[in-house]
Write a protein that binds this ligand. Structure first.
Ligand SMILES: Nc1ncnc2c1ncn2[C@@H]1O[C@H](COP(=O)(O)OP(=O)(O)OP(=O)(O)O)[C@@H](O)[C@H]1O
Length: 456
């Protein structure tokens, strides 16, 4: 994505010269001759970098005043001052007020390009650090090598290159946001921002302000840049899009049609280049049928639909995920890693995990905190949190809800065998050969047993 540079100078020659040099280097440029037109350009779309003449003659605000105004609204946009010979002191004053650097007229093109490249790089790094801090608790690698995860990774890889809008569906905690980040990182926008907005966590009243920002009463500057503006050149991830109020759905549809929008209370059109990835745990077709979600918006958002399967459809990923979370948690907290015994692993792989990967991670953390000792400790099934163990049929009930202890031995054994084998088969994703190997039976004997028990 080409970086967008605004050049503000009252001298047309300088504007053209700077723009020409930078465009030859592949940057996109815009120019302004005075403070009014510069502020109009900034509010049309936030630039990545501003070159600003210190004098700016014949303008309402001089360079320093304009610098302050830009910094007030967009503290993170780097500004490089263009100073004439002999006003170095003013240039230094500008740096104290937040300018990134200055170049002195007459300048060589090499110096101009170097300053621009460095300013943009610094600003990119600052943004990355900010994003990393925000995502600190979120893992950045999509783990798991089950067939469905391999396929998901392949779909992400292909969809990433295609710049099209993506709708990610899947249950809560399954990894939809992580999939979206992976997609962004694999796309041509990886250098740009990844901005997250959660439609379920924001009140309908705040939604528009968060998405579109707010304009000042003079209509020139955003009082607050919205998520769409912040995501310019990158990706906007709208989590839980199914919870977006109808009113905002209408407005976001307009953004998707012409990539422009108006800030709350605003009059001017803001132009952005943003890829939208949205996600939902809801069934949007049902929401549409109930009249809660716009069908046309659904089709626009879901150019490429991606499904993140629940953890219960990829139980074979569980050992790898556990190992990964142990490493991560150990690194973050200093807690020692532990070994997971075969019985505990069987329980963990058989559990239903309604909260999916997030719940698994929380449980791994809980076990690491509660288990005493060091890395030599082996976690057994009875050391697992109660709610994990209790959903596994270690003490099963009969089909009609009767406890196993209320049955004669032969029936109790049958109930136990059936529940035990169903749990093992589900743990190995229905693979009979692997189940047979684990439970210590011949494949054909297992088949016969299952038939006899009425499991099929
Ligand atoms: N395949 C995976 N590999 C490693 N970590 C994962 C994986 N999937 C999910 N996680 C981790 O699980 C947690 C939940 O994932 P994420 O927030 O992406 O889920 P989500 O589907 O967006 O959830 P919600 O719908 O509740 O917003 C995060 O900490 C994430 O890093």
């Amino acid at each position: 994505m080409a970086n967008d540079i605004l050049i503000v100078d009252d001298e047309a020659d300088i504007r053209d010269l700077v723009a020409g040099i930078l465009e030859d280097e592949g940057f996109t440029t815009r120019t302004a001759r005075d403070s009014d037109s510069a502020l109009a350009e900034v509010s049309n779309r936030r630039p990545n970098l501003v070159f600003l003449d210190i004098w700016l003659q014949g303008s309402k605000l001089d360079g320093l005043q304009l610098l302050e105004q830009i910094k007030r609204e967009h503290a993170d946009v780097p500004v490089v001052m263009i100073s004439g010979h002999g006003n170095i002191e003013t240039a230094v004053a500008a740096i104290k007020r937040g300018a990134y650097d200055f170049i002195e007229k007459p300048f060589k093109s090499d110096r101009l390009i170097l300053v621009a490249t460095r300013a943009l790089e610094t600003s990119r790094l600052k943004r990355e650090v900010k994003e990393l801090k925000q995502q600190a608790p979120i893992a950045s690698t999509l783990m798991g090598h089950s067939a469905c995860m391999n396929q998901l990774r392949q779909t992400i890889e292909r969809a990433a290159k295609a710049n099209s809008r993506i709708l990610i569906v899947g249950p809560s905690g399954a990894g939809k946001e992580l999939a979206a980040r992976t997609l962004h990182n694999a796309s041509g926008r990886a250098e740009g921002p990844f901005v997250v907005i959660n439609a379920a966590a924001i009140t309908p009243e705040r939604m528009e302000v968060e998405l579109f920002g707010v304009e000042q009463s003079n209509g020139e500057q955003p009082r607050k840049a919205g998520a769409l503006e912040e995501a310019h050149g990158g990706t906007l991830f709208i989590d839980e899009i199914g919870d977006m109020p109808r009113e905002t759905q209408n407005k976001i549809l307009r953004v998707l049609v012409d990539q422009t929008f108006q800030r709350a209370g605003g009059t001017i059109k803001v132009n952005v280049d943003v890829r939208i990835i949205s996600s939902t745990a809801r069934n949007l077709e049902e929401e549409i049928a109930e009249g809660r979600f716009r069908e046309d918006l659904y089709h626009r958002l879901s150019v490429v639909p991606i499904r993140v399967p629940p953890l219960s459809e990829r139980r074979e990923d569980i050992p790898e995920l556990i190992e990964y979370f142990m490493d991560q948690i150990s690194l973050a907290t200093g807690l020692p890693k532990r070994q997971i015994g075969a019985d505990a692993m069987a329980v963990l792989q058989s559990h239903v995990w309604p909260g999916n990967v997030r719940q698994l991670r929380n449980n791994v953390e809980r076990v690491m905190i509660l288990a005493g000792g060091g890395p030599e400790v082996i976690i057994t099934a009875d050391m697992l949190p109660q709610d994990v163990g209790s959903m596994v049929p270690t003490m099963p009930t009969g089909n009609n809800g009767e406890h196993i202890m209320g049955l004669p031995l032969r029936e109790a054994r049958e109930v136990f065998e059936r529940d035990y084998l169903i749990a093992q088969i589900s743990r190995f994703s229905g693979n009979i050969s692997r189940t047979a190997e684990f439970v210590g039976m011949e494949r054909s004997a297992l088949h016969r047993k299952l038939k006899a028990l009425g499991v099929g």
